[in-house]
Design a binder for this molecule. Structure first.
Ligand code: NAG
Ligand code: NAG
Length: 490
């Protein structure tokens, strides 16, 4: 494919309100990060020490797990893994009920720290009417885990999605994406607008919209990004004591604010499945590298790819669905202020009972919303059959075109990121060893400091809550207006 076959983006209008938005970079971002990193390191270390103190024996334990197809819930019977080579040496797994060339393709992109399985209720609901494929994103479960932080920047992550579509022989796809998958999907739609004919995003900001209005509350809620920038410690946080974190997360309804809100949203068996995927060697580091690549880019230590920057400034013409949980602990609804400037055909749903984990908290509501939106925005299945040229375009030729450009860019990015990564690692290592000294000297003090810091964050969040409520109100009436005007534009 010439890049235009898939991109088709030249000349698409830029979003006026995003013209001045860029990855911050510069000395100021570096200084802010350097100032905050020690606090992040201390608080993370304090948590780890607390957990170690409670359970010294089992801290480094992990049970061997076996999740075979037979262990999946019976309603997923018939789902099969299929491999996609997206660049030399990178093979991703997708999960599907088989090809249906005469039906539109729905491609599902999961978030952190999940895997394809987060879409179980949508897959079973939609599989008879569509070809459904749920990807294990780069790094997750058996999907390849290329080395280095630069392998997880938005340029690679978006190219993966285009390559998967090409491998499926599709020139037009519908993306359904959550969290990190959603952030990637926004960028895929901007980079390959001819490819993405419908875009559904759950609980994930368009990244330049996030950067445009990074409010104090949103910054406070994103504090864990700084944890994830540190080496080794966040890996330990997620994996120690047989990945106990996953139990706290998925079974913590009513206890942990970062958990789903619905009791029974996940079963212990679901947790076993998530754990098995995350305990694949290298998987956690790969998953954390998505955050590391983003933060290093924001700090100016990695160069954003020009195509990604252009993609994030581009107005999206396709129908866009945005679904958000009102109780999202990580991402504020304010990320959607003026989202209709980015996607004029946007429809926004705020789910009053849902947390960030939309699929887990509101599976049936989500299925109903998807059904309605897909029905209101039909695509022609025959277009999907008319693929002789498109498939050839989107197939091998396209792959290699992408790959060549990717490879050239990758070399540059890798070189830049190599030294940047080393610098950051040195900073972080310094910070960490300092933190270890402090912590050894006064472990209890550290715990206090961390708890005080956490409280401050909570206070901040609470203070900003009122502002959010007001903004939500505005959004809801905007959404209502939009839904009223939507049919007229069809
Ligand atoms: C991880 O991949 C293996 C091999 O395809 C598969 O047996 C297992 O069920 C997968 N785990 C999950 C959670 O998808
Ligand atoms: C940013 O978000 C706040 C709410 O936290 C809102 O009041 C403000 O208008 C937003 N600014 C922009 C530029 O969207």
């Amino acid at each position: 494919m010439s890049s235009t076959a898939c991109n088709g983006a030249a000349g698409a209008p830029e979003v006026a309100i995003l013209k001045g938005v860029r990855y911050p970079g510069g000395l100021r971002s570096l200084l802010i990060m350097a100032a905050l990193l020690p606090l992040a390191a201390l608080s993370l270390l304090a948590m780890l020490l607390r957990d170690l103190w409670r359970n010294p024996r089992s801290f480094l334990s992990s049970r061997p797990r076996r999740t075979e197809l037979a262990d999946l819930p019976p309603e997923l019977a018939g789902v099969q893994p299929v491999g996609f080579d997206t660049e030399p040496g990178v093979r991703l797994t997708g999960w599907t009920f088989g090809p249906r060339p005469s039906r539109p393709l729905l491609l599902f992109l999961h978030g952190f720290p999940e895997c394809w399985y987060s879409w179980r209720d949508q897959l079973t609901h939609l599989k008879d009417r569509y070809e459904v494929v749920a990807l294990d994103m780069r790094g997750y479960n058996k999907s390849s885990k290329p080395a280095g932080i630069a392998a997880y920047d938005l340029e690679r992550l978006t190219a993966d999605v285009a390559a998967v579509a090409a491998a499926l022989g599709r020139s037009r796809i519908t993306l359904v994406a959550h969290d990190w998958g959603g952030a990637i999907a926004w960028a895929v739609a901007g980079r390959y607008p001819g490819l993405v004919e419908r875009l559904a995003v759950l609980a994930a900001p368009q990244w330049f919209m996030y950067l445009r209005n990074l409010t104090l509350e949103q910054a406070a809620r994103s504090y864990y990004f700084l944890w994830f920038l540190l080496p080794v410690l966040p890996e330990l946080l997620l994996l120690h004591t047989d990945a106990h974190f996953m139990e706290a997360l998925w079974l913590g309804a009513g206890k942990n604010e970062f958990s789903p809100r619905r009791r029974g949203a996940c079963t212990p068996q679901d947790v076993e499945i998530y754990k098995a995927a995350l305990q694949e060697p290298g998987s956690v580091t790969a998953a954390l590298n998505y955050y590391r690549a983003t933060l290093l880019t924001e700090a100016g230590l990695m160069k954003p790819h020009p195509e990604v920057v252009a993609a994030l400034r581009r107005q999206l013409d396709m129908p866009v669905l945005v679904v958000w949980g009102k109780h999202d602990h990580a991402l504020c609804l304010t990320n959607n202020i003026d989202i209709d400037q980015v996607a004029p055909r946007v429809r926004l749903h705020v789910l009053p009972e849902a947390s960030h984990w939309v699929q887990a908290d509101a599976p049936e509501r989500l299925n109903a919303i998807l059904d309605q939106w897909l029905a209101d925005n039909p695509v022609s299945p025959t277009e999907h059959l008319d693929t002789a040229a498109a498939a050839a375009a989107a197939g091998n030729g396209g792959g290699s075109g992408l790959q060549q450009r990717g490879a050239a860019a990758a070399a540059a990015v890798t070189a830049a990121a190599g030294s940047a990564g080393k610098a950051a690692a040195a900073v972080a290592a310094g910070v960490t060893s300092q933190a270890v000294t402090v912590a050894e000297a006064a472990q209890e003090k550290v715990v206090e400091v961390a708890e005080a810091a956490q409280e401050k964050v909570a206070e901040l969040a609470a203070a900003a809550q009122a502002a959010v409520e007001a903004a939500e109100e505005g959004l809801r009436s905007r959404a209502k207006k939009q839904q009223q005007t939507q049919p007229a534009s069809e």
